[in-house]
Design a protein around this ligand. Structure first.
Ligand code: AMP
Length: 403
């Protein structure tokens, strides 16, 4: 990290909560309105011991094929996480499920491990479709699937926007046990008659509250209607929207609900605070001051609009902070490269719109900064869930306009 952080030296930042310690002149920042009460965004992290889950058995003791056990061991997954432990057996038995667990608690494994187990028992009957809201999440799930199935001759494909349809069509001519994708591209391939949804028996909606909201629900309904042989449906998310209950019941049959968190509180592992921005101060300079602190090693900054993401990223680079950025207008190739640089620690900061808010698993993000207060509390929870993962303590700061 030293190469990245050898710019200016630490200035104090002390206007968290209510006070203000910045002296720079402002270009008045545009006010951004939100329904979230800033007091909800201040929270101490709970010490890890208090929230720690003790697994009752190791993967070796669970009803899992020995080849899969070996791959789990190779990945360093000795014991299941709580959501994995509580859902494994019902999912292997074919139950429909609603799984709610905080971000970073192993939800991907919770649905992939039983899918792989059932594929090993019957590779011809169990094709799965995993539908997710963002392209990055789709690629990440495929990566996890590939590492869990190393040497098992189980095949997967990811179909997402911003990539070559021609390549997708040729991939669909080969055998796929697991198909992962975003709704638009999946529907496109279905409409072309290339993706045959009636041959798929298992459906997973990851980040299901997002998949069932207004932006996606029509596409999801179309996909579900074509899945005439759907035998099992799994819904996973960190947050649950109670207004979706009826819709969920119409999709699932005799389902089990497993909640390992309430689904509406923010992550216990994340210390949260607000930074009040007085009108006369320049928010960007306040951000620079924050980033000067040595503890801000790997920082994900969220902004609401693509334009603002571009602008903040450009200004950070101009100020000597190694920064990448991603949003919906960037090509998939660009987004992958930017995310990889951030993952590998080649840049200190990634600035993003909500495309990065859900599911993205980058190890060791030290801080999440909301450059603007998000529009919904759900969005806030997903964003701050990018830090404080796998039992670590993370920090989240949200800039709010001082009253
Ligand atoms: P997820 O919530 O699926 O994004 O997973 C969060 C992180 O936990 C990822 O880095 C996973 O590789 C890791 N993980 C998932 N399951 C386990 C497990 N059983 N043991 C150790 N790490 C895990």
């Amino acid at each position: 990290m030293t190469n990245i952080k050898s710019r200016r030296k630490t200035r104090n930042f002390s206007n968290r909560g209510t006070s203000s310690g910045f002296k720079r002149r402002s270009k008045k920042s545009k006010k951004f309105s939100s329904a979230i009460n800033p007091s909800l965004l201040i929270k101490e992290a709970v010490i890890a011991e208090q929230t720690k889950f003790t697994p009752s058995q190791s993967f070796d003791q669970m009803p899992v094929n020995f080849k899969l056990k070996a791959n789990l061991r190779n990945k360093g997954y000795g014991f299941p996480t709580q959501i994995q432990q509580e859902t494994l057996e019902p999912l292997i038995a074919g139950r429909d499920l609603v799984g709610v667990a905080e971000t970073g608690t192993g939800k991907t494994g919770a649905f992939l491990i039983p899918i792989i187990e059932n594929l090993l028992n019957d590779p011809h009957q169990n094709t799965s479709l995993i539908v997710v809201p963002t392209r990055e999440l789709a690629l990440q799930i495929e990566e996890e699937f590939k590492s869990l199935t190393r040497g098992l001759r189980l095949f997967s494909c990811t179909f997402i926007g911003g990539t070559s349809v021609g390549r997708d069509l040729s991939r669909l001519r080969k055998q796929n046990h697991v198909i992962i994708g975003t709704p638009g591209r999946l529907l496109d391939l279905t409409n072309r008659g290339s993706l045959r949804l009636e041959e798929i028996s298992i459906l997973v909606l990851d980040e299901f509250d997002r998949m069932l909201d207004m932006g996606f629900i029509n596409d999801i309904k179309k996909l579900i209607r074509s899945m005439s042989r759907r035998r099992q449906t799994m819904l996973f998310s960190a947050t649950m929207d109670n207004t979706q209950k009826t819709l969920i019941n119409s999709i699932l049959k005799n389902s089990l609900e497993v909640k390992v968190s309430s689904g509406n509180t923010s992550s216990d592992n994340v210390e949260q605070d607000v930074i009040r921005v007085p009108q006369e101060q320049d928010k960007f300079n306040m951000l620079l001051n924050l980033l000067d602190d040595d503890s801000f090693e790997k920082v994900l900054i969220f902004a609401e609009t693509k334009r603002l993401v571009d602008k903040v990223s450009k200004r950070l680079n101009q100020s000597g902070v190694a920064t990448e950025h991603i949003h919906g207008n960037k090509t998939q190739n660009y987004r992958n490269k930017a995310l990889n640089k951030f993952k590998k620690g080649q840049v200190q900061v990634l600035v993003a719109t909500d495309v990065a808010a859900r599911g993205i698993d980058v190890i060791d993000i030290t801080h999440v900064i909301n450059y603007q207060i998000p529009l919904t509390f759900e969005s806030y929870i997903h964003r701050i869930g990018r830090t404080g993962r796998a039992g670590k303590i993370g920090k989240a700061f949200t800039f709010v306009d001082a009253a």
